[in-house]
Design a protein around this ligand. Structure first.
Ligand SMILES: Cc1cc2nc3c(=O)[nH]c(=O)nc-3n(C[C@H](O)[C@H](O)[C@H](O)COP(=O)(O)OP(=O)(O)OC[C@H]3O[C@@H](n4cnc5c(N)ncnc54)[C@H](O)[C@@H]3O)c2cc1C
Length: 384
């Protein structure tokens, strides 16, 4: 049974599907389906194709260069791209700093930075977390001191996804230690090539180097690259985090993973059939819940608890699908190679599933850990 869509929504879905069929290179879709490690060009090349088709920043307002998509259209776009085998749409420019600049940027900042996001020419990364500031982000310590027409920024950011490829980093820095920790934070745009910026790779559990530590040593940041007022960064930081929340369950990706599990396991044994059916049921329930929540978003704001629930159930399901597939591989799962190159499609898919199983350990941590999501649910429902 399918979630009811209006004829316009169905037409939109078909349009995105047709775009992907025409524009997504088959070789790239094959890499994505097998979860082979992608390079910068794989991500950027696809984003440029979307940009040319007017689909990259569809959720932005028309006056900012977007298409005014509804929350449901954004959901359908995300799902269709994932099902087609498109690379993860890097959210740092399109969904994070772009909307922030649309809302809080000066006309000059918009003129300077929005075109590079709309065309996928500027690669952004997110400098929020620090070694002692993750869940408790407001305790961040990277210091920015104003001297004349610029700040001097010193500190250390961590887990900065794809910082080694980035041109710019949007960053939370401490500009005051007076009052509550949240009250002394500012939002800045940092040039990754500025003197004093260095990037060190962190190899993650699946053996790939997409995470980084970013060291900032007396980095000069012009005053005009502060977004919003000094010490008003916390409000902007929270606005940014609210932007991608409705897509957190990643239904398209889950469907793709389940299809890959089915391909690898076949339905030969009763155990495999039962296991896959149970995962199908969990996915269907999550999909309907996600779609109901997205519908609510078109008539108002969905509750924080509903969105947190999607994050918890989505990340747990991703772990369940990949763990089930890897366990069912038996001994074959022992031969993992993070750099495997092979012409054997099944060997690549198997290896990719193991990589995905390993990397999905992080799904319950990033984007607000599941414990933090449970706190949000408790607060909003039980009032704790
Ligand atoms: C793959 C990956 C990519 C990431 N990419 C980025 C990025 O691009 N940019 C960026 O800025 N950050 C990024 N992060 C960082 C991410 O946001 C943090 O890891 C996350 O916020 C958790 O912070 P932490 O790692 O410091 O853990 P901590 O906050 O130290 O938490 C440790 C444990 O304690 C639990 N805990 C903490 N506080 C509470 C509480 N109040 N109640 C109950 N339990 C609690 C947590 O749930 C967790 O289990 C990424 C992380 C990962 C894993």
């Amino acid at each position: 049974m399918r979630f009811p869509l209006t004829p316009d929504e169905e037409e939109f879905r078909q349009r995105v599907r047709a775009f992907c069929a025409e524009n997504l290179p088959r070789s790239l879709a094959k890499k994505v389906r097998a979860n082979v490690e992608l390079d910068r060009e794989d991500y950027v090349g696809w984003q440029k194709r979307l940009a040319k088709g007017g689909l990259l920043c569809g959720a932005w307002a028309r006056e900012d260069g977007g298409q005014d998509w509804s929350a449901l259209q954004s959901y359908l776009f995300d799902e269709e791209c994932a099902l087609a085998g498109a690379p993860w749409l890097l959210p740092f420019g399109v969904n994070y700093v772009g909307p922030v600049l649309c809302k809080y940027g000066t006309p000059e900042q918009k003129r300077r930075y929005l075109p590079g996001i709309l065309s996928a020419d500027t690669f952004w990364c997110q400098g929020y977390s620090e070694p002692e500031a993750g869940s408790d982000l407001a305790s961040l310590r990277t210091r920015a001191a104003l001297t004349g027409d610029h700040y001097r920024v010193t500190g250390r950011k961590i887990w900065t996804t794809m910082a080694h490829w980035a041109d710019r980093m949007f960053c939370l820095v401490r500009t005051s230690i007076a009052g509550k920790p949240q009250a002394g934070i500012s939002f800045m745009l940092i040039d990754m090539k500025a003197p004093g910026v260095s990037v060190r790779p962190i190899i993650s559990i699946e053996g790939r180097p997409h995470l980084n530590e970013v060291l900032l040593e007396d980095v000069r940041v012009p005053l005009e690259d502060r977004v919003g007022e000094e010490n008003a960064g916390w409000t902007i930081a929270k606005y940014l985090l609210s932007n991608e929340r409705l897509l957190v369950a990643e239904i398209g990706k889950q469907k793709r993973l389940l299809a890959a599990a089915r391909f690898l396991l076949g339905e030969a044994s009763i155990d495999a059939r039962e296991g896959l059916a149970a995962l199908d049921v969990r996915l269907a329930a999550l999909e309907w819940t996600a779609l109901r929540t997205v519908r609510e978003a078109s008539v108002g704001s969905p509750s924080a608890a509903a969105v947190s629930m999607l994050k918890i159930r989505g990340s747990e399901l991703e772990q369940a699908i990949t763990e089930f597939a890897v366990e069912a591989m038996g001994e074959a799962a022992l031969a993992y190679d993070s750099n495997l190159e092979s012409k054997d499609e099944t060997a690549l898919m198997r290896n990719g599933m193991i990589a995905q199983m390993l990397s999905s350990r992080a799904a319950t941590i990033y984007g607000g850990s599941n414990e933090i999501q449970r706190n949000i649910i408790a607060k909003s429902i039980v009032g704790l």
